[in-house]
Design a protein around this ligand. Sequence first.
Ligand SMILES: C[S@@+](CC[C@H](N)C(=O)[O-])C[C@H]1O[C@@H](n2cnc3c(N)ncnc32)[C@H](O)[C@@H]1O
Length: 309
Amino acid sequence: MFPNLFKARMNKLLGKENKVFLRYCQKPLRITIRINKLKVENENRVIEGLKRYGWKLERIPFLEGAYEVKGLKKEEAIGNTLEFFLGYYYVQEIASMLPPLILNPEPGERVLDLCASPGSKTTQLAMIMENKGLIIANDVTLDRLKILKYNLEKYGVLNAVTTLHDGRFFWKKGLEFDKILVDAPCSCEGVIRKNYQVLSRWSIGRIKELSRLQKGLIFSAFKCLKEGGILVYSTCTLAPEENEEVVSFLLEKFGNATLEKIEIPGFKMREGIPEWEGKRFGEEVKKCARIYPQDNNTEAFFIAKVRKL
Ligand SMILES: C[S@@+](CC[C@H](N)C(=O)[O-])C[C@H]1O[C@@H](n2cnc3c(N)ncnc32)[C@H](O)[C@@H]1O
């Protein structure tokens, strides 16, 4: 089932609790949606409308506009409604809704979403910004950019333009942003609950390769950040090489990069780990947030909030 090395690494991270973690990895994820306020004025009306499919909708207390959907006969049904086709809601996992909330862009600001496709977080950023200001939504492959464009249109995003670039070299454009999201490509250990297949691609070699790519992406993003600006780095994986190691690389490279503590009331997050397999990342990375599936019944995630001094 789980590769032995994966289990051994998780055991190092979690000790006895690893059993609970692995049990959660085998549980199906809750189905959750985010109401798209760019198209929906009256949230209650949409919620009441969705109940006609026989679904039960429960509000997620700490996340405005987010609901757990229960009572679906088939999982696919969530993407097969008129409301979905009209872009009234996005099917988005709870942990995945957190990076845009933590970045918290103001209406009118300039925002870069460096790895944006398929656009769950870009559409959420546009919603937080009330469609004001500018988002540059970038991705590296044309096929993925097409999906992103489709979603921006479907969800009524008016303040975003898309670009096709390798994010590692985006800084060469000489553009500056108030807020930047790097939702990096990763080994996806956190989405085993959604897609067991991710384990078939899992290997240490791939983790190390991704870590190199992620360092390139965070370096480039930080160079594009205005003084006083905020960069949020996130992955849906738990591998320290792709998380604390990447953040610690940034802190070492730039004396004016500093971490801020992340808190979401009502949601359990754990500190970043200061050391892994003999590599010291420093105490500062404790300010990063590790999200384990067993803590809030979600996907696993890692989030860091960096300010440029
Ligand atoms: C985790 S996904 C992003 C998910 C997206 N932020 C969302 O919430 O819908 C990572 C994305 O990074 C893109 N990517 C991979 N390498 C990249 C690079 N060098 N530059 C920019 N984007 C890259 C992938 O194509 C993929 O779409």
